[in-house]
Design a protein around this ligand. Sequence first.
Ligand SMILES: [Zn+2]
Length: 490
Amino acid sequence: MRLASLLTAVAFALSLSTASGQTPASLSKDVQKYVRVQSPRIILMHVRVIDGTGTPAVEDQNVIIEGGKISAIEKGADTASAAGTTVLDLRGYSVMPGIVGMHNHLFYIAQPDLDSQWKSEPPALAPQMTFSAPRLYLAAGVTTMRTTGSVETYADLNLKHDIDAGKLPGPHLDVTGPYLEGAVSYFLQMPHLTSPDDARQLVEYWADHGVTSFKAYMNITRAELKAAIVAAHQRGIKVTGHLCSVTYKEAAELGIDDLEHGFFVNTQLDPGKKPDVCSDSAGDYTLEHMAPDSPEAKDLIETLVKHHVAITSTLPVFEGDAGGGRPPIRQQSLDAMTPQAREAFFLRRQRPASRPAPTTDQAMLFKRDMDLERAFVAAGGLLLAGPDPTGRGDVVPGFGDQREIELLVEAGFSPVEAIKIATLNGAVYMGREKQIGSIAAGKNADLVVIKGDPSKQISDVENVEVVFKDGVGYDPQKLLDSVKGRYGQY
Ligand SMILES: [Zn+2]
């Protein structure tokens, strides 16, 4: 019933904004068809506000949007639609800040010939998902995201330009440069750095071409990482890393700004770890042997906090390994995939009889990482959130961002804390907390309207009704419909 009244109000609004001739921004026809609410003034009436700061939800508020910004948040009061003002009756709905996805990607990892034994012939390739990924993110409530390593950097930069110009739908992008990967690499599409000077040149070139972040990868050397960090910092750009050859502690001391994948890929205790070389264990051993109350964990967390190194939690990409029928299957997510992507998804969910059980207890590692992430936050560390839609293929853009929030709650954060990690913390990391990341007067109207109350039941974050980006309300269902059967192809 509420939905019906919402839709009526929206239909009314659309005709109004056309009549008043004040349609904000210059959205192309291609974008306009995904817009559900657009009006000079919008009132989200009688809505529950989860403001992204971690404080308890506030019932029955009116949130007023004008000129793409949140102009006021007032006590809930009945207001009627009028010329230039659209009122959405949102009793039973909640509003939270747009998700700031900090480990998101615009590609898919394809393993040709993947079989039921999980074998595939090299090379694995990462086809660019410039069409589907931005729509999936926006539909899920992601309004800003870091690409966290690019394989087609020009495509990502031009996509950002076209989204900002209103030509294509999608979130605001922090485009990460090509992966800063060492000389030895599994991935053909990554640059394979040969020296610190090579690293410096790469950073400078791409920074000059508009890249706004960098990510170091598994086989980089300490000297190359240092050179990249210095070059990036000279231009006010931050560097994160999915590391292996360099330990977390070493990277913190070299000045890195962020480390990906929670505590899963720290290699400092791995047997046979040689400097500048990735270990066989790639961090599993260290995670298994680093209880949160151990001296090693305390020392590491202290070092990270002292050096202001953020940690990005990417629980969804590890969830499948934890077993037990994880992750839950979402029909909408399957619907987004090509038949081939769906087949790969199901093959990877099966454990072939011939495949030996993993040497470490993956469910224990999953829990251990969650405990370390909580210890890091308790010690004052800045935890960020992202799904990392790669790996097993069971993490899909947008749906994965929502799942990350649910898994943070499973880790022991309260629902409003989990939402803060996925919204305000990312904004703080990017130095954009004055514009985005929470619901406050004067901030950009990047908002997610949700049916239900995720402050009580976190899975309600999946029930996205409207996504506002810069004050324009997008229809998640229309965005999802446009992607149907395409994720995994383009
Ligand atoms: Zn990734």
